[in-house]
Design a protein around this ligand. Structure first.
Ligand code: ITT
Length: 193
């Protein structure tokens, strides 16, 4: 079984990724490898950040690893928060602060279409590969649900009646940006075996 280090400090992402990979591979967190690292994330694109995070951990450890960078792109906000999704409401803000900010910005706006984009950068045996997953949907009028994290309480994927935060994890992972990008990575790795 392959072992990959997941270059993230986001425990929610770690849980989802482990749920998605199941017994197919061993996913090590930074704390599993006793690495206390403030991973830089200073690029202007989601792909750039995914590469930066994976390269940072690879350079520190030499281990096979991957990173995920995700953005919520809202059409009526010109694609914001996008690459600024984590700190949209300001440095040190919470998930709740970000959600409130986008609900305020969308007040009175009819077009609530949005998408999540997730880019995964894998560094496997020293080679880099990129996988992307996307899910389209809309921003709901109010928050709903307590599962998931981040913007999940206000994102309803297309053709669904629930927000991501109202869904059990297996449903979100089956539809989500991260689930789709992860499936591409798993397929790529299985073809190398
Ligand atoms: P790492 O860089 O350490 O992986 P992060 O939280 O900074 O963690 P990102 O920059 O990729 O990760 O994500 C930006 C933000 O987008 C994140 O803080 C959440 O608010 C939001 N986000 C990411 N994935 C999400 C998801 O599946 N559902 C809802 N919101 C999500």
């Amino acid at each position: 079984m392959d072992t990959l280090v997941f270059a993230t400090n986001n425990k929610h992402k770690l849980r989802e990724v482990r749920e998605i990979t199941g017994t197919l591979m061993s996913i090590k967190s930074l704390s599993d490898i006793e690495l206390d690292a403030d991973i830089p994330e200073t690029q202007e694109t989601i792909e750039g950040n995914a590469r930066q995070k994976a390269r940072f951990i690879y350079e520190k450890t030499g281990m096979d690893c991957f990173a995920d960078d995700t953005g919520l792109e809202i059409a009526a906000l010109g694609g914001r928060p996008g690459v600024y999704s984590a700190r949209y409401a300001g440095e040190g803000c919470s998930f709740a602060d970000n959600v409130i900010k986008i609900l305020e910005e969308l007040q009175g706006i009819e077009d609530r279409s949005a998408c999540f984009r997730c880019v995964i950068c894998l560094i496997y045996k020293g080679q880099e590969a990129i996988f992307e997953g996307r899910v389209d949907g809309e921003i709901t009028l109010d928050q709903s649900g307590a599962e998931g994290f981040g913007y999940d309480p206000v994102f309803r994927p297309e053709k669904q009646s629930q927000t991501f935060a109202e869904m059990p994890a297996y449903l979100k992972n089956g539809l989500s940006h991260r689930g789709r990008a992860m499936q591409k990575m798993l397929q790529f790795l299985s073809q190398l075996q």
